[in-house]
Ligand binder design. Structure first.
Ligand code: UD1
Ligand code: CA
Length: 465
């Protein structure tokens, strides 16, 4: 494998179980604001310029691997024998980064920010230390490793809650669980001699690397993070909920500060990677997630869901859902419609009530006003699709595409039996089931003829009123 010392790298520890979460997911896959905690940590690392990522997995690792895909390497820790042991599993990854710097972070502490990672690295490089631990000072340090300093303030060691003397446990500066190491030095101490099993828990602690590095004559430092949130994790479902609430309010405040209107924050969830333009309004019950980007002057909600989508300026989405799609400027959607993955809706369109779009492109100024299903279809511009029109895109085995040319008028209750292609300026009569292509400018009519029978009621029912 390639040797890449100039690329920043990270090892993220994620083998733990988290029994108290009472979940069928591994702990790091539990979500804060609908994003797995592991995703928060990996994105923070990427945001700080870390290019090569290695995740140490163990408990329910298939779920983690499925989530990561090819975005990060994984190594398995078959037996969980401590954080130091977990990093030992990544030895081959570290060997490939000799000469470089590695961030070690925990996959269950989601609020480690890119900025903190970057600042800590700056200090690490400026001081020339071999390890820099990211620390925070807490009112209640219980449960965390304590940063032990000498009389002159130099970092000497990290001591775990279970191992500390009363005097050591009195320290309020704690280990966040994230560190920068010089890879070569870390490799030198990454063995059971330097990181001996604890007499109390039997685990090999990564925290012992600090004293070990000092013992071989290299420097150790601590970077004091500005936000205490950097240490926050969850050991219970309620704590996880609290992390979510904290993130939710903080993100909403950031959007308010940047000019987004959120008149009432009830039920509003905005994910950490969402971008919203100024003068856009978000109404109650609206959930916006993934890498969604919303333009300026939009009106979103109430009760709408937007996931991983790009929404242009001045778009209205009222009580509707948009997933993995693009909606361009000035279009309005809803109430009660859904745009499923793979759609692009042009500018100035009107997608009304009870409309479902899937894997479909819609040109500019097209109207699909009521109760229609348009799937696997390319719809042109200035098209008008009448009430209750359906692309019959599935034959029970395969999906087929349709197309509708510019300025066409699709009568109410038209069925397009895919694959059919309608040219520009075509018209379908209401109730038509289209089974063949329609050329430009043509009209198609295909519906049962109405027979009117005079006096039929009187003959059938006689004197009935
Ligand atoms: C660790 C630190 C502690 C720090 C705290 C911050 C050690 C010994 N202690 O304690 O100083 O204040 O984090 O939250 O490092 N993991 C593995 N394999 C293992 C053990 C753990 O992958 O064998 C992973 C866990 O999944 C988790 C992370 O490492 O993501 C931290 O492990 P955890 O057991 O939560 O450590 P803490 O006791 O919190
Ligand atoms: Ca922990």
């Amino acid at each position: 494998m390639e040797h890449t010392p100039n690329r920043l790298c990270a090892v993220v520890l994620a083998a733990g179980e988290g029994k108290r979460m009472r979940s069928s997911k591994p702990k790091v896959m539990l979500e804060v604001l609908l994003k797995p905690m592991l995703g928060w940590v990996l994105d923070a690392a990427r945001g700080a310029g870390v290019e090569d990522l290695c995740v140490v997995t163990g408990h329910l690792e298939e779920q983690i691997k499925a989530y990561l895909g090819d975005t990060a390497e994984t190594v398995t820790q078959h037996e969980r024998k401590g954080t130091g042991h977990a990093v030992m599993m990544a030895r081959d990854f570290l060997e490939r980064h000799r000469g470089g710097k590695v961030l070690i972070a925990c996959g269950d502490a989601p609020f480690l920010s890119s900025e903190t990672i970057t600042r800590a690295l700056e200090q690490h490089n400026a001081r020339g230390d071999a390890v820099t631990v990211i620390s925070a000072t807490l009112d209640d340090p219980y449960g965390y490793g304590r940063i032990i300093r000498s009389a002159t303030g130099a970092v000497k060691a990290i001591v775990e809650q279970k191992e500390g003397t009363p005097e050591q446990l009195d320290v309020h500066e704690v280990n966040s669980g994230a560190y920068w190491f010089n890879v070569d030095t870390l490799l030198e101490v990454l063995n059971p001699d330097h990181l001996a099993a604890s007499g109390i828990t039997g685990e090999h602690y990564l925290t012992d690397a600090v004293a070990a590095i000092i013992s071989i004559g290299e420097g150790a430092g601590a970077y004091a993070a500005h936000d205490k949130e950097v240490v926050m994790g969850a050991n219970t479902p309620v704590q996880l909920h609290n992390l979510g609430e904290l993130a939710r309010t903080r993100i909403i405040s950031d959007h308010l500060e940047s000019g987004v209107n959120i008149p009432c924050t009830d039920g509003v969830i905005i994910g950490p990677d969402v971008v919203i333009g100024s003068d856009s309004t978000i109404l109650p019950g609206t959930v916006i997630t993934g890498r969604t980007v919303i333009g300026d002057g939009c009106l979103i909600g109430p009760t709408s869901v937007i996931d991983n989508s790009t929404i242009g300026n001045k778009v209205c989405i009222n009580a509707s859902q948009v997933r993995e799609s693009t909606v361009q400027e000035g279009t309005d959607i809803g109430p009660y419609s859904q745009v499923r993955p793979g759609c692009t809706v042009g500018t100035g369109c009107h997608i009304g009530n009870y409309v479902e779009l899937k894997n479909t492109t819609v040109g500019d100024s097209t109207y699909i006003s009521h109760m229609s299903y348009i799937g696997d279809c390319d719809v042109g511009s200035e098209v008008d699709i009448g009430f209750g029109s359906v692309t019959v895109n599935y034959d029970g085995i395969n999906k087929h595409r349709c197309s509708i040319g510019d300025r066409s008028i699709i009568g109410c209750n038209t069925n397009l039996i895919a694959p059919v292609h309608l040219g520009a300026n075509t018209v379908t009569a209401a109730g038509t089931t289209v089974t063949e292509d329609i050329p430009d400018g043509a009209m198609a009519i295909g519906r049962p003829h109405t027979t009117v029978k005079d006096g039929w009621y009187q003959k059938k029912f006689g004197g009935r009123k």
